[in-house]
Write a protein that binds this ligand. Structure first.
Ligand code: ACO
Length: 163
C-alpha cells in the first residue's frame, strides 16, 4: 500500500494527538512514566496549540507540518519550525506499528523538499540519548551529533552542498 504525504489540516488534529500519545508510550516506555507522558501530551499537545501550528503550516509561515496517510488514515507526522535560513525538527512520530517501513524517510524527504524551496541550509534537532531507534534513523539520514544538552543529543544536518 502506498503512503501519501500531505500538509495536515485542522481536521487531522485529533489523529495527530493520538499518534503522539501511542508513539510516546512505546518509544519512551523505559524512560518516562505513563503519568508523565499523559501530562506532557495534555500540556504540549493541546488542541489549541496544535490548531495554531496547523494553520501556520497551511499559511506557509514558520511551521512545516506534514502527515503520512495510508488510504485516509494518518500513520505519522513530522513538524519543523523555520527561522531565516535555519530549521529545527520539533516533532517526528509514527504509529509504533507503522515504523521501520520507510515512512519516516519519506516524510523527512518531503520536508527537505520544502526546506530547500525556503532556502534552509541547516536543520537541528534534540533527541533523547537513549532513543536508539531515532538516533540511528537520524544518523542514517545525514544528521550528526553536535552536542549534548541534558539527556539529549543535539543533532544537525547541513544542506548547503545540495543547493
Ligand atoms: N526498531 C529499530 N530501529 C528502527 C525502528 C524500529 N522499530 N524503526 C526505525 N528504525 C530506524 C533504524 O535505524 C532503521 O534502519 P534499519 O532498517 O537499517 O534497521 C531506520 O530507522 C529505518 O528508517 P525508516 O523505516 O524510514 O524509519 P521510520 O519510518 O520508522 O521513521 C521514526 C523513523 C520517525 C524515528 C519512527 O521510527 C518513530 O516514530 N519512532 C518513534 C518516535 C521517535 O522516536 N521519534 C523521534 C523523536 S525525536 C524528535 O521528534 C525531534
Amino acid at each position: 500500500m502506498s503512503e501519501m504525504i500531505k500538509k495536515l489540516t485542522v481536521k487531522d488534529v485529533d489523529a495527530l494527538i493520538e499518534i503522539a500519545r501511542s508513539s510516546w508510550k512505546w518509544i519512551y516506555r523505559n524512560i518516562y512514566s505513563n503519568e508523565f507522558i499523559e501530562s506532557w501530551i495534555r500540556e504540549k499537545y493541546s488542541k489549541d496549540k496544535l490548531l495554531n501550528e496547523i494553520i501556520r503550516s497551511q499559511s506557509d509561515l514558520d511551521i512545516i507540518l506534514l502527515g503520512s496517510f495510508a488510504e485516509s488514515t494518518m500513520t505519522g507526522f513530522i513538524e519543523l519550525k523555520t527561522s531565516a535560513n535555519k530549521a529545527e525538527l520539533l516533532r517526528f512520530y509514527l504509529k509504533p506499528e507503522c515504523t521501520h517501513k520507510g515512512i519516516g524517510k519519506s516524510l523527512l524527504l518531503e520536508a527537505e523538499k520544502i526546506m530547500k524551496k525556503k532556502g534552509i541550509v541547516e536543520c537541528s534537532l534534540y533527541v533523547h540519548q537513549q532513543n536508539n531507534v531515532a538516533v540511528s534513523f537520524y544518523k542514517k539520514n545525514g544528521f550528526e551529533v553536535k552536542d549534548i544538552d541534558g539527556d539529549d543529543f543535539v543533532m544537525e544536518k547541513k544542506y548547503k552542498d545540495l543547493q
